[in-house]
Design a protein around this ligand. Structure first.
Ligand code: SF4
Ligand code: SF4
Length: 371
């Protein structure tokens, strides 16, 4: 299996709501191009695109390609579940939406200490083993958003899992918050392969500051910044797949160009990445990955309709290049969604942030900066 996985969480957007604002035609073209080049791994989830990601997968992949030509992973949302019977109900609906009879990999979604406690109460790990016995899940696992101690605790209780999805990228590798390296090493010690999410850190490593970009282009003028981020991840051992949440054909073609016949980073290239990491880390103000869990309606959303990741992105850019050029973007974002100054501090967003960002305080800082 080739190591580039198609993450179905940032698909092309359209105003038409028929498929939950996903542009079906553009997505079909991307999926066909991906399959034509011999790639085969798709990653979706119940919550992606407000529930439409799984449907789109079923429509564009499962309906149109023989089952043996692709692998698919989806994820069980555990938030708010109290009845163990809900696991089966959700799962059966996922099989229907995705148009398959089994999932190659299946994750308990976004485990942290709290969600893990819910999973234990519901018997979710044991339930996955039952699904495995019935041939409906080939490889059970979980996606993870907490620190290394939490991961160690989970794997010590459930070493039977067969894949763990971790957030890894060259910026978060040594991060105190995300603890990518420590988590990766724990999986390796348990002999459990890893699938990597956020290799481009929500797209931010595709568009890096000019000085960092120069480090890469001086070494290879033809390679995109994104290619360095994805190859960095794919160069690790014990990796099943690196997921990229691609939003257009250009990103897909770029990713495929270096992942089709993948060559790991050499020593010199690793040094370039380290230099760029040091430079970029010295300028990131808010380490938001734009995952949008904080504003996702299936998580309750923001009652004031504040587009949190958009404001954090604007703020980060303003820290790098000055507030002036970003006032226009800020004012536009205020018009299109809610105003950060209007945050009522309900806290619904913070509980869903995998990066554990203090969103309420950060929004105050953003609003103050642009006041
Ligand atoms: S705390 Fe503020 S930003 Fe967060 S959900 Fe509530 S109103 Fe929205
Ligand atoms: S604030 Fe947190 S939950 Fe919201 S998009 Fe950023 S990283 Fe994701």
């Amino acid at each position: 299996m080739k190591k580039l996985g198609f993450g179905l969480m940032r698909l092309p957007y359209t105003e038409d709501k028929t498929w939950g604002n996903i542009d079906l035609e553009k997505t079909r073209e991307m999926i066909d191009a991906y399959m034509e080049q011999g790639f085969s791994y798709f990653d979706t989830a119940w919550v992606y695109h407000g529930g439409f990601s799984e449907r789109v997968f079923g429509e564009l992949v499962a309906k149109r390609y023989p089952r043996e030509k692709f692998q698919v992973t989806t994820k069980m949302p555990l938030w708010g579940k109290t009845d163990p019977a809900d696991l089966q109900k959700t799962f059966d609906e996922q099989l229907k939406k995705c148009g398959v009879e089994y999932f190659d990999y299946y994750f308990l979604h976004a485990l942290n200490r709290d969600v893990f406690a819910t999973a234990e109460k519901l018997g979710a790990f044991e339930w996955m083993q039952e699904m495995k016995k019935q041939g409906k899940i080939l490889h059970p696992g979980f996606s993870f958003h907490d620190d290394a101690d939490a991961l160690e605790m989970m794997l010590s209780k459930h070493p039977e899992v067969e894949l763990v999805q971790l957030q890894i990228n060259y910026i978060d590798w040594e991060s105190d918050n995300v603890q990518s390296r420590k988590c990766y090493e724990i999986c390796k010690r348990y002999g459990i392969p890893v699938s990597i999410m956020e290799p481009i850190k929500g797209g931010s490593l595709a568009n890096i500051m000019p000085d960092a970009k120069k480090i890469f282009t001086d070494y290879n003028p033809n390679a995109s910044a994104a290619s360095w981020a994805v190859r960095y991840c794919a160069s690790m051992d014990n990796i099943l797949v690196v997921l990229s949440g691609m939003s257009n054909m250009e990103q897909l073609q770029d990713n495929m160009s270096y992942m089709k016949d993948f060559v790991p980073l050499n020593e010199e290239e690793q040094k370039c990445v380290q230099k760029a990491t040091d430079l970029i880390k010295s300028t990131i103000a808010i380490p938001c990955t734009a995952c949008r869990y904080c504003v996702d309606e299936t998580n309750g959303g923001c009652p004031m309709n504040i587009n949190i990741p958009r404001f954090f992105e604007i703020y980060n850019e303003s820290k790098r290049y000055g507030v002036g050029p970003y006032k226009w973007h800020y004012n536009n974002a205020v018009k299109e969604s809610g105003d950060p100054a209007g945050c009522i501090g309900c806290g619904n967003c913070q509980g869903h942030c995998p990066q554990k960002l203090e969103i309420i305080e950060l929004l105050k800082e953003v609003a103050k900066t642009f006041a």
